[in-house]
Ligand binder design. Structure first.
Ligand SMILES: [Zn+2]
Length: 423
């Protein structure tokens, strides 16, 4: 069994020794030379933790990984226009593009400290190879997006069943879920079919809801219901639902999402950049019982997959529009970007403690960003940039050390050639 010992590492204010066996953290103890010398043997990889702080890996709870290929391709436009351009490019996607686009995303995510991501993109059976090879944990999905077209409705169900069967052969870091793109792009009959399929097989449902004010207006006009309430009428909600955005919601919507313990993913950089909105009801959703997480969205809208940047922007925008600097403490931000994501999938991860999945980061604290070390979390979120992530351990394996990810150069080379197929 794989054994890894991190000795004398800073963890929330004290120096600790962390022992990992297989996929799990099996010991977190106060640092002592005796503990290290007892457990350091020829079958155990050793990392000297001096100069580093250990934190749990980030959970990027909403992204479209292979959209790295479209980074910078559609700038300065609103969601409607943006979608038009993106859908045109997506019609040209093939397996090679998905594979390398996802691989590039996984490399970027490792380098910025993500150990788990929730993907909503096409050809998941291909994409899952990429994250398995890189060694990062991912939830992929079959994406329903039928625009009400009768032929499409049936075709997508068949594809979903096929992909579900195929997912039994996926690597152990990849899981299968169901995606419903959005209430306005998927027919009522397929939303219901997808929900029943997910419930039958105990899968998560990943969906965009209430991203723009226009979506809310259209829904009120068409159904006399908000997008959140419309999906409630279809009995969509449960603790297995992961809803991205939820920017344009009212008190009644918050009550529905809270009562059903829905996981909400806030993607502030994407919302700001597409000018979709920014008054996310962070605290209200938490108070109602919802599980609030953070995501980056895809690179075609937010341009990067940097969770630390997403966390910082989340905090700054909450403080600004509420005119209240105390509106979002650093501990809440840490939970939303780590353990809440793992909880959404029922995974025991996102925390450095005995019995938890060994998904963690070593942060280089021997530099100006962390000096002085008065408030480590504030330094991490408000002072540092994600290049402070030195080492990434995922599922008990070292997948990045000294910021080096195996095969990075080849992937960059490939993507720089391949993206031209989309234009
Ligand atoms: Zn999205």
């Amino acid at each position: 069994m794989n054994r890894l010992l991190i000795g004398d590492v800073y963890l929330w204010g004290t120096q600790k020794d962390i022992l990992i066996e297989g996929e799990y953290i099996v010991d977190v103890v106060d640092h002592s030379d005796t503990y290290v010398s007892t457990h350091r043997d020829k079958n155990t990889q050793f990392i000297d933790g001096k100069n580093f702080a250990a934190i749990p890996g980030f959970a990027n709870m909403h992204t479209h990984a292979a959209m790295t290929l479209m980074r910078g391709s559609q700038e300065d436009s609103r969601l409607k226009q943006w979608l038009k351009s993106i859908w045109k490019q997506e019609a040209k996607l093939d397996e090679e593009l998905i594979y390398y686009g996802t691989k590039l995303a996984c490399i970027e995510m490792l380098k910025t400290g993500t150990t788990l991501y929730n993907d909503q993109y096409f050809m998941a059976s291909v994409a899952q190879k990429a994250n398995n090879e890189i060694g990062i944990r991912a939830h992929h999905s079959h994406v329903f997006l039928d625009l009400g077209d009768k032929k499409n409705i049936l075709k997508q169900r068949e594809e979903c069943e096929k992909m579900y069967a195929d997912s039994k052969k996926w690597g152990k870091l990849s899981s299968f879920d169901i995606s419903v793109h959005a209430p306005y792009t998927v027919s009522k009959e397929n939303i219901i079919w997808a929900k029943d399929f997910a419930n039958k097989h105990n899968l998560n449902i990943h969906i965009h809801i209430a991203e723009t004010g226009q979506e809310r207006l259209d829904s009120l006009r068409k159904y006399k219901l908000s997008p959140v309430a419309y999906l409630n009428e279809l009995d969509l909600y449960s603790k297995n639902v992961i809803a991205a955005h939820c920017i344009w919601i009212d008190e009644h919507d918050i009550e529905i999402l809270g009562q059903n313990k829905v996981n909400i993913v806030h993607n502030i950089n994407s919302n700001l950049k597409l000018a979709s909105g920014y008054k996310f009801k962070y605290q209200e959703l938490i108070d109602s019982g919802a599980n609030v997480c953070i995501g980056t969205d895809g690179c075609a809208s937010s341009n990067n997959l940097d969770m630390l940047e997403a966390v910082k922007t989340t905090a700054l925008v909450q403080k600004a529009w509420r005119k209240d600097p105390s509106s979002i403490p650093v501990k809440t931000l840490l939970n939303s970007s780590t353990i809440n994501g793992y909880n959404a999938f029922g995974l025991k991860g996102g925390k450095i403690a005995k019995g938890y999945l060994a998904d963690l980061l070593l942060i280089n604290i021997n530099n100006y960003s962390f000096t002085p070390n008065i408030n480590f979390l504030a330094n991490l979120i408000y002072s540092a940039h994600s290049d402070c992530v030195d080492t990434v351990i995922c599922n008990g394996q070292i997948v990045m050390k000294n910021r080096v990810v195996k095969g990075e150069e080849e992937v960059l080379d490939k993507v720089n050639k391949l993206y031209k197929k989309l234009i």
